[in-house]
Write a protein that binds this ligand. Structure first.
Ligand SMILES: NC(=O)c1ccc[n+]([C@@H]2O[C@H](COP(=O)([O-])OP(=O)(O)OC[C@H]3O[C@@H](n4cnc5c(N)ncnc54)[C@H](O)[C@@H]3O)[C@@H](O)[C@H]2O)c1
Length: 374
């Protein structure tokens, strides 16, 4: 099978996530990075493209979209790894030309842009993959499968948290500067940056949508214009209740995403910093530790796993799993078939749900943590 011809927007020299996407795309040898508009100025875009030895380097994303769509062997897919406010304008240019989009989260910087992008995607002949990468971890797939199989019964309680500490004090380096600027980040700070990951993970594992929420958001650092801590109570469809905590001001926490889900027959617990293990607590029986590729791990986890149990897999492999599933879907589209039912990458609609989550948190908090519907 010919490799998928890939382009990238954002991810220039000194950027963070662009490099992760490039590794993820290469891990299974299914993509070839051929073109890029990697930075916001022509000079930096050229220098960044040259540093990677890209065959086709563009000064800006619009020029890239127009030219690539006209080339006989132009790119088939583009990765968008810019700050949030650029996701919409960039994605729109590629998707309307039939180029598949692999975009990082959150979907956009405003709910209005997210709705416009969903409309654009509906009328486009292209796929939209959103890299909520935590859904690509084998033991997250295991948890989802166990919930779907009824192993913990009817879900009652969901506790999910994503604390970090890197914005505990005012920071002005590049990644901090745009994330704390509502024009570039969007109305949510920690809610948008990491709360959306927690919200998406809870939805992915439980299969339940949040119907309403009450959020208490703070910007603890003086002068900060977006939230850096959020406590959110959640009411899910079907009656389950949840609590979500996101924080970028919790000293000692790095990327401590953790979820616990409890049903009437048992519970599940997974932590991103120890990702090869899933605790299963069946009611009235001893706790079971399920290991990646180990005894008790099922098919959904095995598909997402590359090396034998005991050899750690983590962030990069989880990211690569989203790229692998995107490749499954893109190749299926090339051949005019549907991808397998086990392809579960997050879509533009998951992105829209994330934007609704941020919007609801901000609205609720502005009304003294009143309950609001999503
Ligand atoms: N899924 C994850 O785990 C994860 C982790 C980190 C960041 N992210 C997301 O990835 C995105 C980028 O975050 P980051 O930390 O890498 O940011 P960053 O500031 O490190 O990198 C952003 C890059 O985009 C480039 N850029 C800005 N405007 C551009 C334009 N108009 N055209 C082309 N390039 C442009 C910048 O020059 C830079 O190279 C954000 O949306 C963020 O939320 C996701």
């Amino acid at each position: 099978m010919a490799r998928i011809r890939l382009g990238m927007v954002g991810g220039g020299n000194e950027a963070f996530i662009g490099g992760v996407h490039r590794i993820a795309a290469r891990l299974d040898d299914r993509y070839e990075l051929l073109a890029g508009a990697l930075s916001s100025t022509p000079e930096r875009a050229q220098a960044s493209g040259a540093a990677l030895g890209l065959p086709r380097i563009y000064d800006d994303f619009k020029q890239m979209a127009i030219r690539e769509a006209r080339l006989k062997n132009g790119i088939e897919a583009v990765s968008i790894v810019t700050p949030n406010h650029m996701h919409y304008p960039v994605a729109r240019e590629f998707i309307k030309r039939g180029i598949h989009v692999i975009c990082d989260k959150p979907l956009t910087s405003t709910l209005a842009d997210a709705k416009k992008l969903v409309k654009a995607a509906e009328s486009a002949d292209a796929l939209f993959i959103l890299t909520h990468n935590y859904t690509g971890y084998p033991m997250v797939r295991q948890a989802r499968e166990m919930v779907a199989d009824g192993e913990i019964g009817k879900i009652r309680v969901v506790q999910v948290e994503y604390p970090q500490d890197w914005l505990t004090e005012a920071q002005d380096f590049k990644q901090a500067a745009w994330r704390t600027d509502p024009e570039r980040s969007g109305a949510g700070g920690s809610t948008g940056d990491i709360g959306t990951h927690a919200h998406n993970l809870a939805r992915f594992i439980t299969g339940l949508e949040v119907e309403s929420l009450a959020a208490d958001l703070d910007a603890f650092v003086q002068g900060r214009r977006v939230d850096d801590n959020g406590h959110v109570m959640l009411r899910f469809e079907g009656g389950a209740k949840g609590m979500l905590w996101c924080s970028q001001v919790a000293p000692g926490n790095e990327n401590a995403l953790r979820i616990r889900v409890y049903g009437d027959k048992g519970g599940l617990e997974w932590a991103q910093e120890d990702p090869n293990y899933l605790w299963h607590t069946p009611l009235g029986a001893p706790k079971r530790l399920i290991t990646r590729n180990g005894a008790g791990a099922g098919e959904a986890a095995a598909r997402m796993s590359r090396v034998p149990p005991g050899h750690p897999e983590g962030y990069l492999e989880g990211f690569a799993n989203i790229y692998a599933e995107a490749a499954d879907a893109i190749e299926a589209r090339r051949d005019g078939r549907a991808p397998g039912a086990d392809v579960l990458y997050p879509t533009i609609l998951d992105g829209l749900r994330g934007m609704e989550f941020i919007d609801a948190c901000v609205r609720s908090s502005a009304r003294n943590a009143a309950w609001v519907k999503l």
